[in-house]
Design a protein around this ligand. Structure first.
Ligand code: SAH
Length: 346
């Protein structure tokens, strides 16, 4: 059986007869949330049966569901793409003005950032396009009614390095963007990368480009080399040169994520280095105070240090926000995915 979610509409059009079935099916599955072909009554019985024998339109089963006191929900979804029983982690973060669905692009991650729990796992495998798409559909259907269906943003900030799985990630983004499907605007999708330079340059040439977020954390090569080994391959000056050339729409900005580690990245001097680094870039900085874990040798800075850091940025006309710690009690917060779940109450 083929997974319906692995295919873009033009691909389906080439496979189905008549070809406009592709648009009918996209609307039924992505907009009307149909989960079996029998409900697509505009097709004949025979056609429904023949489609059902070839195409799988079921969403992944939920293996565990965790709910935070702040309403954040974290899901471990059983993946359909491989027969390996692997799980994808997806987080739904409710907010007053907009909701966020945070999805994974890989099982584990190869980049080994020293402050990130996923980085300690190593890479198990890439997710397929369908496995990326269905995380969004699952979180959407579990949290939002059909009337609220479009009221969310997507961030590729779960497990994995999205640009390490470039083709599947871009395909998933195009499927989510399709106007006959979920019709997600590119301005509501954010791809976060630790800085894979060649892939950033390739992304810049795509016809449809999501928002770009760069995980920075170290503001000098010496510091960043230690914290994010990828920096030894693609150092800051080359990374930021590529960001400077990245095409931006009117009023669009690049987001920089900066993890605040006590005594390591939280000093006034670090903040000044960050200001210098971002000079001339239309940037917005998200400061993420470390989410602590037993497995990590770092601490979260004091509130005072966090505010002092933010103030240096603001005083130098760099827009800076301190990221709220959401879903911390269920290990759904940044960098905590794939923390052992046996020790978390169900
Ligand atoms: N690999 C991509 C996508 C993952 S995004 C990237 O690096 O951008 C995950 C975000 O969480 C990154 O910005 C990372 O810097 C941040 N992060 C990782 N570990 C963290 C931790 N322990 N506390 C707070 N933020 C963390």
């Amino acid at each position: 059986m083929k997974s319906f979610f692995d295919y873009e509409r033009p691909e389906l059009a080439a496979m189905l007869h008549p070809s406009f079935r592709s648009t009918q099916l996209f609307k039924a599955v992505y907009q009307r949330r149909v989960e079996n072909f029998d409900s697509i009554t505009e097709l004949s019985k025979g056609e429904r049966a023949s489609l059902a024998s070839e195409w799988d339109i079921r969403l992944p089963a939920v293996h565990r569901r965790f709910e935070s006191v702040d309403g954040t929900r974290r899901y471990l979804l059983r993946l359909a793409g491989g027969d390996d029983g692997e799980l994808a982690e997806t987080v739904f973060i409710p907010e007053e003005t907009r909701n966020t669905i945070c999805i994974s692009s890989q099982v584990g991650c190869a980049l080994a950032c020293t402050f990130c729990l996923t980085g300690q796992l190593g890479l198990t495998r890439n997710l397929t396009a369908g496995e990326i798409v269905t995380q969004v559909l699952f979180a959407q259907r579990d949290n939002l009614s059909e009337e609220q269906a479009g009221s969310f943003n997507i961030v590729l900030m779960g497990m994995g390095e999205p640009l390490h799985n470039y083709d599947n990630v871009m395909k998933a983004i195009r499927i989510l963007h399709d106007k006959h499907g979920l019709n997600m605007s590119m301005s509501r999708i954010t791809l976060s990368t630790a800085g894979l330079l060649p892939a950033i340059q390739q992304l810049a040439t795509e016809p449809d480009i999501p928002n770009l977020a760069i995980s920075l954390t170290g503001a000098t090569n010496t510091k960043r080399n230690e914290l994010m080994p990828i920096n030894r391959k693609y150092p800051l000056e080359e990374l930021l040169a590529a960001v400077r050339q990245f095409p931006l729409k009117h009023r669009q900005r690049v987001t920089f994520e900066y993890v605040l580690l006590k005594g390591i990245t939280d000093s006034v001097e670090d903040a000044r280095n960050l200001v210098k680094l971002l000079r001339g870039i239309r940037a917005k900085v998200n400061l993420i105070p470390l989410n602590e874990a037993d497995e990590l040798d770092y601490q979260r800075p004091t509130e005072l240090a966090i505010q002092r850091f933010q103030q240096v940025l603001i005083d130098n006309n760099v827009e800076a926000y301190v990221r709220k710690n959401r879903g911390n009690d269920i290990s759904a917060a940044c960098g905590q995915l794939m923390k052992k779940w046996s020790d978390i109450p169900a």
